[in-house]
Ligand binder design. Structure first.
Ligand SMILES: Cc1cc2nc3c(=O)[nH]c(=O)nc-3n(C[C@H](O)[C@H](O)[C@H](O)COP(=O)(O)OP(=O)(O)OC[C@H]3O[C@@H](n4cnc5c(N)ncnc54)[C@H](O)[C@@H]3O)c2cc1C
Ligand code: SF4
Length: 443
């Protein structure tokens, strides 16, 4: 008998291949040319447009929409890439509902913003299959090392390469892209787009990729890099995962949500990824939503997301929470895990109800238990393996407004550094801006 939604335990192949293909298809279908014109026509081309201010990379949104309207999608893409070289990925993954589209005057007036994200995708998709649109300045003879090939590192590398510097990227994993490749939900970036985008970005030239090399391992030390290179940019992301600190956390089938998501992203065939019948996801952010939704899409019968504080304190947006509930995920707030039960494998998880009081979060004394043959932990990540000598602030690498760290010749940006939200677009902005400052400093 094939496995189904009701098969007990953690098993692969709950759904047939065609159902999986449908479930993991593009979350937002791309606009066709006519739809893009209609969407572009809704823009008022505001003076001092609030959508530009709301974009962490400050893309000139009214300009690129006007270029689409004028039948120049490739020009529109160039406007986007001038500010955000990963504009193709950001068009797919940005929480536009809390950024540019939330700020759009048509959202305030009618509750229906201009579809900026989808228009951005329309434009970038038009240009990316063509030749790389930027030329490299003549060689400067300067060399910069970048540790981490996620969005922050890649954006920094591209800008530096454009200025004619030589860039060497050291990446701990065997593929580039960071969380674009290993973290973002499958239905937001289909068809191997993350790798295609990196290949396209590297079309600038002058960027050497060194995989399976982690800063801090072997002779790849920060000292060695600062000796050999004119500048170093740290774009390490947050690779440590926070623990629940609840009794029984060591049971089998209690996983970090990021590992579950990564396995799913890397699987050639999603039917090979095992998922529970009763899945409990702990956390209230984007990672929790992605893990919960993807468990459901893989065929789990019951998926419950549990967050310790009230709903309004969840870091996932209302849009994402709505997406989760629309896929059948149940959301429980105001409860914290106290005990995971089972023999070898987890079978149940006990929660205590909580209340936010003047002294912080308190347990009320009342408990409840959920059936759980798989528990996915999504309660945050932290910086792991920062060079010991560097100054930290709140667990992240302390940087000034130009991305400069406490050490000479060393910059940092993206999730591993202080300032800004942990979003792809913010990482791109910080990588780009650090590159501008490095360029000023070394030339
Ligand atoms: C599950 C999940 C889903 C998300 N979904 C979204 C979303 O939909 N939209 C959105 O805007 N944001 C989303 N985010 C956040 C977004 O992915 C991050 O903010 C963004 O990727 C940060 O980019 P980064 O370059 O700073 O770090 P990362 O993307 O984490 O890249 C860091 C890179 O550094 C490498 N590295 C680590 N240590 C070393 C070392 N010692 N030496 C060399 N290399 C090293 C890593 O392997 C990695 O490739 C999500 C995050 C997660 C975890
Ligand atoms: S705020 Fe909205 S209407 Fe105004 S320029 Fe931006 S996208 Fe267009």
């Amino acid at each position: 008998m094939p496995n189904t939604e009701r098969t007990p335990g953690v098993v692969a192949g709950r759904l047939a291949d065609d159902a999986l293909a449908e479930n993991f298809g593009d979350l937002h279908e791309p606009l066709d040319a006519h739809e893009a014109m209609v969407a572009a026509d809704r823009c008022y081309f505001c003076h001092d447009a609030p959508c530009i201010t709301a974009c962490p990379t400050s893309i000139d949104i009214p300009l690129f929409i006007r270029q689409i309207q004028a039948g120049q999608p490739e020009g529109a893409a160039k406007t986007i890439f001038d500010q955000n070289i990963l504009g193709g990925m950001c068009a797919r993954v940005c929480p536009t509902e809390t950024l540019c589209e939330e700020a759009c005057v048509r959202e305030a007036a009618e509750g229906k913003p201009v579809e900026i994200g989808r228009l951005q995708r329309f434009a970038t998709d038009a240009l990316m299959p063509k030749a790389h649109p930027y030329e490299r300045a003549p060689e400067t003879g300067k060399k910069i090392a970048i540790a981490g090939a996620g969005p922050a590192g890649l954006a920094c590398a591209h800008r530096l390469a454009m200025y004619g510097h030589k860039v060497v990227m050291f990446e701990a994993r065997s593929k580039p892209g960071g969380l674009n490749e290993y973290g973002i939900a499958s239905y937001k970036t289909v068809d191997n787009f993350a790798q295609e985008e990196v290949d396209w970005l590297l079309g600038i030239g002058g960027i050497e990729m060194v995989y399976d090399h982690a800063l801090g391992q072997g002779d790849l030390t920060l000292d060695a890099l600062t000796d050999k290179y004119d500048a170093v940019f740290l774009a390490l992301g947050l690779s440590g995962v926070n623990a629940l600190r609840a009794e029984g956390e060591e049971h089998a089938h209690v996983l970090d949500a990021v590992d579950f998501i990564s396995e799913l992203r890397q699987a050639a065939n999603k039917s090979t990824v095992p998922v529970g019948r009763d899945v409990v996801v702990i956390g209230g952010g984007m990672t929790a939503v992605d893990a919960a939704v993807q468990s459901k899409l893989l065929g789990a019968e019951n998926v419950t997301m549990v967050y310790r504080r009230p709903r309004e304190r969840m870091s996932a947006s209302e849009y994402e929470l709505h997406l989760a509930t629309s896929k059948g995920v149940r959301i429980v707030t105001g409860a914290t895990p106290t005990r995971l039960m089972g023999n070898e494998h987890v079978t149940d998880i006990e929660f205590a109800y909580t209340e936010d009081g003047p002294d912080g979060l308190q347990q009320t004394g009342e408990t409840f238990t959920l059936k759980a043959d798989q528990v996915l932990k999504a309660i945050g990540q932290h910086l792991d393996g920062a060079p010991g000598v560097i100054k930290l602030d709140g667990g992240k690498i302390a940087v000034d407004e130009n991305g400069r760290t406490s050490l000479p010749k060393v910059w940092a940006g993206g999730d591993c550094a202080t300032g800004g939200d942990d979003l792809t677009v913010t990482a791109v902005a910080e990588g780009r801006d650090a590159a501008e400052d490095i360029h000023q400093a070394i030339c």
